[in-house]
Every structure is written in structure tokens, then in C-alpha cells.
Design a protein around this ligand. Sequence first.
Ligand code: FES
Ligand SMILES: [Fe+2]
Length: 381
Amino acid sequence: MYINFWYAMAETADVPSDKPHRVTFLKQNFVLFRDEDGNAHCLHDVCSHRGGALSKGKMNGSHVECPYHGWQFDGNGDCKYIPSLGKDNQKIPARTKVDSYPVHEEHGVIWAFLGDLPEDERPPLLRPHNNPNGIDYSGDEWRWVTQTWPLKSNYERNVENGIDPAHNEFVHERHGFSGARLDTYKVQEYDLTDHDWGAGFMLTFQAPPSTHETAHAGETSRTEEGDLEAGAGHSGPNNVWTYIHMTTTNFMHQYLYETPIDDYNTKAFNVSMSNFLPEDVADDDDIRDMNGAIAEDDVVVLEEIQPPLTPDNMTSEVMMPADKMIVSYRKMLKQWDAKGWRIDSAEIDRHKHNKIFAIPSPRRRTEKGWVFDPVPLIAGE
Ligand code: FES
Ligand SMILES: [Fe+2]
């Protein structure tokens, strides 16, 4: 788990206009809420007074109000009102501020940048309208559907599954693969395309007909053996794109956000773009069911992988040429380790009974005086 990346935090519908919403990621609690203009905000969910959970309080105009003694905080994390001081004596110490994180909301998802980098140094947020492959989704034929699912597995293991070209044949029987074509099957050699914060590949698979009616939404399923162009890549440690081109014109593009709850649990957010499923063929729930069923195939495998976390060396597993994408991902993780961005999870646990940390927010670069220490990090190089 790293600081200084964008993380999917909630679906738009999770955060109403009149109530704060709690989420727990990277072993930290966050509160999401909306100001009176409807803009979403994300703060560390621990009141700087005496530790109340802001998410368990209520909205007061554009401020979230702590349930314990009524302190009010705005979307920047500034304390705006302390009832015990009295209405005419609001001399609010600067040290009352709490961490506030940059937010982006689109396609039914609210993301937050969990780190302290200034804007021009941040890794980009992978999203359909800002993808490393230059795909333009502005045409009317594209529709999108968002959904989430929980996983009892480490987010890095999940990302490796998402970018793994060799698992389909054995995991996704509903795609028509069954591991039974060993006489003709192999993973073709592939090239990686690097970009600043990730890498990816596209590959042509010889694909059998689909065997399951929900595989590609019923009547649009592939009925005969044929070439299937597919590829995947990652952006940062936690975000994945997967493109499946069923035919030369029918595309399904998934943007998958693996947000770690802790080392062993993940919440996956999926924004699925498709250009061949008009409303009269599949409604949003049909597409969610299809994606959910495919994810379920992966979950069965992922929850049993040992060790639960990715090994920190390349010698305790045996990599094959088809694993080139995984090796590239692991190398990039090392680069982010070297920057000193990996959270020291064991150190958080060591203090769990009497000390609260916060993911440092961008304001910490320019302002001193914070109540909570920044989350412990594993030293870089
Ligand atoms: S703990 Fe939040 S107002 Fe006192
Ligand atoms: Fe899969």
C-alpha cells in the first residue's frame, strides 16, 4: 500500500447531500461528504479535538459536524466553529485543521488523491477520459456502467490477475476457455508499452466460441472460433485497464480500481465501457451481472493464493515469458518503494491502540502544525 496515488473511494450514490459517509482504506478512516454546491470532499475521519469520528456526525450547511462536541469542518479540512468557545469568541487555533484530500468525481465514482504531492507532481488518475492508450470515448455508441465488489485478497495480487494474459484459458470457462486445448494453445510473445506510471500490452488470442450465455451479453456472444484482441495494463500500483475486442468493432473496455482496505482485503471499483450493447440488448444490470460473474471466477483463485502478499523478490516464484507483464509491474512497485511511498503496515499495527496516523495531505507540504503524525513509511533509497 502506497501514499501518493489516486484511489477510488466510493460510488457517487454512496455520498448523499445530507449525510457524511465513512470509508476505510489503507488502514485509515476517511469521511466523504458534499458541500452545499454538491461538490464531494474527503477528509481524514478523526476529529482533531478528541478523536470523534466525523463520519458519525451530521452535515451543517457545507460543514461536517463532529458528533462529540459539535466542532465543524469545511471541505478544506479547516475547523470553522468550536461551540464551547461561544459564538462571540471563535479564536480557532490553526492546529485544529485535519487532512483534506483532492477529489475527482466522474462515471459514478469518487476518487481521492491520498498523499502530499503538489498537483504538478502527482501521478495521473487513470480514467476513461484520461487513458494511456489515447482511446476517445466521446462517441454516442459508448455507454458506461459502474459497479463494485469486495475481495478477500491483497490488491497487488488482484492487479496482477487483471494484467495476466495467461490465466483466461484456465479461469474463465464462460469465455469458452477451458484449458482443454493444450495441443494448440500458447500465449503469444508480446511487447510491453511503457508509460510513466505503468505499462501494458495488446495481444491476439485464438478464442473458442463462448459457452455461457452471459459471457458477452447473450446474442452478441462469439458463436464461432475466432481472433480475440485483448490487452491490459496498469497505472500506478492499484489501477488497471482491460480491453477486450470481441470483433473488430465490438469493444469492452474496463477500468478497474483496486483500493486496498488493508493488506488482505480490497474493494474493487469497475467502470465498464462498451460500444456494442445498446439498451435494448442489455440493461445496466445485465452488464453488471456479466462483469460480476467474470470477477467471481477470479475471486475463487485469488483468495487462495499464497503468500497473500506479493513476494518482495523474484526468486520465490518461477516466472515464464507470459509473465512479462507481471515482472514489469513488480519492477515498478520497486521504483515506488525507492521513493519511500510504501506504508509501513506493521508499524501502524504496533501503535493501533493508542496512536492515530493520517495519510499526509498536500497542505502538509506548506503548512506546519498537525495534530496527527503522518502515516509511517518504509524508507526509500
Ligand atoms: S471530539 Fe470532535 S468535537 Fe470533540
Ligand atoms: Fe480474470
